[in-house]
Design a protein around this ligand. Structure first.
Ligand SMILES: Cc1cc2nc3c(=O)[nH]c(=O)nc-3n(C[C@H](O)[C@H](O)[C@H](O)COP(=O)(O)OP(=O)(O)OC[C@H]3O[C@@H](n4cnc5c(N)ncnc54)[C@H](O)[C@@H]3O)c2cc1C
Length: 401
């Protein structure tokens, strides 16, 4: 059994894995490059599969308390407003999957994870830039610059898309621009006309772009994510402040519910969406990757953080159940990679569906509109209905995708 673990990155994946490892008795330190723990002002969806992990981590009550439980999942036509899908989310998730589906402000989720981790004894060092690792000695260590290092039995790279831990493990390779950018913003619900935003997760689908709305903070704020296809991204940084007036132009001619919402937006951010092909391996001796560091994905299934939560649980349980660290990390990769890879592909495929690319996408939307509401989510059972906390993680069990 390992005694100590160091984690690079205090994002949602790093903190969830810190909490998970501390729950099985590992002493954990987290090294975060930023000077303070902050999250972009935007929302995040935690589907039932992630909420099972939240329950095991002991944070689900808080997440539910400060989040928002959507009643329905809607897909609507960008111009006419026609409903292609209108599935009863609250009912389906609780009854069918055994855990709720929650929308939450990212800063609130980060705060809940940070407080729980600190309470569990996790040490978080900010302003600590992990530049690489040394796994050649008896105990592996993160290299922190200026000759400083931090050793532990287990090292985890949860340092996101541009992971330096991944770079050392597999070589320098820039992530690929996916041809999509996302605008994100929050609007106080009280300034919006009554009934403008449905109490659900709504995707407005249209040619070459889509627009997502949902409530966070108990319904006080409306989160918007607006995605647009672009040929390239020349900016060096992946994110910068966006101009609501420019966003309004991009969605000109869309349904008045969408344009009215944009008219109420004061501030937004623009993100370029990058991805990577599945990696050949997720570990090197006692060093493992987790979350966006090993499987970044388009947000079109809202599963990136959910996958990091699943990783966190499975990694901790593999460490607990497998006698050697090498076999534990191999087991973790064997269990997680097929599912994460399949969801990466599904998220990419949703770009075509939401952007009405081709006859197949239009036929799928039409077919979805004919399904009874109660069965509309059934094709996603393998994602939302998966409860990682009920799966064995010791040797001899095969991955469920
Ligand atoms: C528009 C958009 C909407 C999304 N919506 C959803 C959603 O609804 N549901 C969902 O599940 N997912 C969603 N996602 C995906 C989700 O945000 C990510 O998958 C998730 O945040 C990944 O967490 P992470 O901890 O792996 O990486 P990150 O959140 O990127 O965290 C990495 C951390 O590592 C730190 N770091 C980086 N380099 C170093 C270093 N060298 N040394 C030390 N620290 C370092 C960073 O500062 C950061 O704190 C969305 C993503 C986008 C872009």
């Amino acid at each position: 059994m390992i005694i100590t673990a160091n984690i690079a990155g205090a994002g949602l994946g790093g903190l969830a894995s810190a909490l998970a490892l501390s729950k099985i008795g590992v002493r954990v330190s987290v090294f975060e490059q930023a000077l303070a723990l902050t999250e972009v002002g935007a929302g995040i969806q935690l589907s039932s599969n992630a909420m099972h992990v939240a329950r095991w981590l002991g944070i689900d009550d808080q997440v539910i308390r400060v989040g928002f439980e959507p009643e329905t999942a809607l897909i609507r036509d960008y111009r006419t407003g026609k409903r292609y899908m209108n599935a009863p989310l609250t009912d389906m998730c609780q009854r069918r999957y055994g855990a709720p589906y929650i929308h939450i402000h990212r800063a609130d989720l980060l705060m809940i994870l940070t407080e729980a981790a600190v309470k569990a004894g996790v040490v978080i060092e900010t302003g600590a830039d992990v530049q690489g690792y040394d796994a050649s000695r008896d105990r592996a260590a993160f290299l922190l610059g200026e000759g400083l290092s931090a050793d532990a039995d287990l090292l985890i790279g949860a340092d996101g898309l541009g992971s330096k831990v991944r770079e050392q493990m597999l070589g320098a390779e820039a992530p690929e621009f996916t041809g999509q950018v996302a605008w994100r913003g929050l609007i106080p619900a009280h300034i919006l006309p009554d009934g403008l935003v449905a109490p659900g997760a709504t995707v407005w689908a249209g040619p070459g772009r889509h627009f997502v709305t949902y409530y966070v903070r108990g319904g006080d704020l409306v989160n918007i994510v607006a995605v647009e296809e672009r040929a390239d991204w020349r900016d060096e940084s992946w994110t910068h402040p966006g101009d609501p007036a420019a966003l309004r132009t991009v969605f000109d001619g869309w349904h008045p519910d969408v344009t009215t919402l944009i008219d109420h937006l004061d501030q937004c951010f623009l993100w370029a969406l990058f991805g990577r092909k599945p990696l050949p391996t997720w570990s090197d001796g006692p060093v493992a990757l987790l979350g966006d560091a090993c499987h970044p994905m388009l947000p079109f299934m809202a599963q990136g953080a959910a996958m990091a939560f699943e990783d966190a649980f499975v990694l901790a349980k593999c460490v607990e159940a497998n006698p050697s660290l090498t076999s534990a990390l191999q087991r973790y990769e064997d269990l997680r990679k097929p599912r994460a890879t399949k969801i990466q592909a599904k998220a990419r495929a949703n770009a075509d569906l939401f952007h009405m690319n081709g006859l197949r996408a239009k036929a799928s939307l039409h077919a979805a509109s004919l399904l009874p509401a109660r069965t509309a989510l059934a094709p996603l059972d393998w994602i939302y209905g998966f409860d990682p906390t009920q799966q064995p993680t010791g040797a001899g069990w095969r991955s469920v995708t």
